[in-house]
Design a protein around this ligand. Structure first.
Ligand SMILES: NC(=O)C1=CN([C@@H]2O[C@H](COP(=O)(O)OP(=O)(O)OC[C@H]3O[C@@H](n4cnc5c(N)ncnc54)[C@H](OP(=O)(O)O)[C@@H]3O)[C@@H](O)[C@H]2O)C=CC1
Ligand SMILES: O=C1OC[C@@H](O)[C@H](O)[C@H]1O
Length: 374
């Protein structure tokens, strides 16, 4: 007989830094507050390089969380169904691989790995072990994003013709130690890997996923990087992703470009995301990783640029918004899926391939030994 109880996913948390804390706070938000009744979450363990830090974490969030002084203890915990990885970029590969080898389902922070080769290796391992694997690209799962996608694919605006997205933040680089993860090349520092996933997720959602693209890869990726003199990592990166399969494909009608940028040395100018269509525009308000509103402008029949109707949609919920990706993991695990249909392996891989190309053109090489697979 089917149970009416929500499916409970039991989480082990890897590391006690800023984003792990944010994620756990979201896991503790009552799912009913976001109208979710089919799944729920329980944090059962946390692992840190330092036992005292793990104990402090458990004391803050829930005294029943088992505190471990190593990550390995979390992977070995039989009560954990899934593991969340919140370590700096350069550790994602080895942490995820260890979790997968222990047959845990994995949600790994963005950027999922340092390069496409590392990701391919993880995907092979996840397949072999029969576990679910997903990059924690939380923006993709938010209700606003799902609504934008619905409108974009309804056909009412026609085909996408151009997209612009920027994510910038004045990270006060001169005040940071050179060993900070944003600055240190040994931790995969720089704007592209830290902020780049967000402009790109909108391009993947609106262009790559658009039905008229028929899942075709971009025809061209062009990138430029400006490095900080502090440590040589990219302080500002701009990249253009072009989709144009024609004339080789009769079925793919998409011909468009995404102009994307990210910067860790400039305050956000609130540009957000602008997606231009044949018959209107969608403007997603900043911050683009967690927007709370978007506006659709509709053009007059046969008069591009002449706005006849404008609608703004606002979204509110309890928490930061990371619980939506956690709900997706829980549903996929419950249903025995290997990957999410919303942010599947192909999209993370496309992202890492684009980043590899942009780093190549921008001349950003990690120090020897940092990439575990090349
Ligand atoms: N989804 C989102 O919105 C965000 C995602 N992120 C992503 O999360 C990851 C972590 O970022 P964030 O939480 O800001 O980073 P923090 O520096 O705040 O935390 C990282 C944690 O990783 C552990 N760690 C393991 N090895 C190292 C090391 N050599 N140096 C430093 N820390 C180490 C530490 O935990 P311990 O000591 O307990 O082992 C540390 O607290 C990044 O990959 C980033 O891209 C970051 C911010 C927002
Ligand atoms: O993922 C992120 O989103 C928000 C930013 O402030 C942070 O640096 C980044 O890691």
């Amino acid at each position: 007989m089917a149970s009416n109880q929500p499916f409970e996913l039991r989480w082990g948390i890897i590391s006690t830094g800023k984003i792990s804390r944010c994620f756990v706070r979201d896991l503790q938000v009552n799912p009913k507050s976001r109208n979710v009744h089919d799944v729920r979450h329980k944090v059962i363990a946390v692992g840190s390089r330092n036992l005292a830090t793990a104990e402090e974490f458990a004391n803050v969030y829930d005294r029943s969380i088992k505190a471990y002084g190593s990550y390995a203890d979390v992977y070995a915990d039989k009560d954990a169904d899934a593991v969340y990885i919140g370590t700096p970029h350069t550790y994602h590969y080895e942490n995820a691989l260890d979790a997968i080898k222990a047959k845990k389902h994995v949600l790994c922070e963005k950027p999922v790995t340092l390069n496409a080769a590392e990701l391919r290796s993880l995907l092979d391992a996840a397949k072999k072990q029969g576990v679910f694997f997903m990059e924690a690209l939380w923006t993709r799962f938010q209700p606003l994003t799902l609504e934008v996608k619905k409108i974009a694919e309804s056909g009412v605006l026609g085909e996408p013709v151009a997209l612009q997205a920027d994510l910038s933040s004045d990270c006060r680089l001169h005040e940071l130690p050179k060993t900070h993860r944003l600055l240190d090349p040994y931790l995969g520092g720089g704007a592209l890997l830290d902020l780049g996933p967000y402009p790109l997720v909108w391009a993947i959602l609106a262009l790559y996923e658009h039905p008229s693209n028929k899942n075709s890869r971009p025809s061209q990726v062009t990138g430029a990087m400006l490095k900080t003199r502090l440590t040589g990592v990219d302080r500002s990166t701009s990249f253009i992703v072009t989709f144009d399969a024609a004339p080789s494909s009769a079925s793919n009608t998409l011909a468009t470009q995404a102009v994307l940028s990210c910067n860790i040395h400039a305050a956000d100018y609130q540009t957000g995301v602008v997606i231009r269509y044949e018959r209107g525009v969608i403007v997603v308000t900043a911050p683009i990783y967690c927007p709370k509103s978007f506006t659709v402008q509709y053009y007059a029949e046969g008069k591009p640029g002449v706005v006849v109707k404008e609608e703004t949609r606002r979204f509110e919920y309890v928490g930061t918004g990371m619980h939506f990706e956690a709900d997706e993991v829980a549903r996929c695990v419950r249903d025995g899926k290997a990957e999410s249909e919303l942010w599947g392996h192909d999209k993370s891989l496309l992202q890492m391939e684009i980043f590899d190309e942009v780093r190549k053109q921008g001349g950003y090489e990690f120090p020897p030994g940092v990439e575990k697979m090349v």
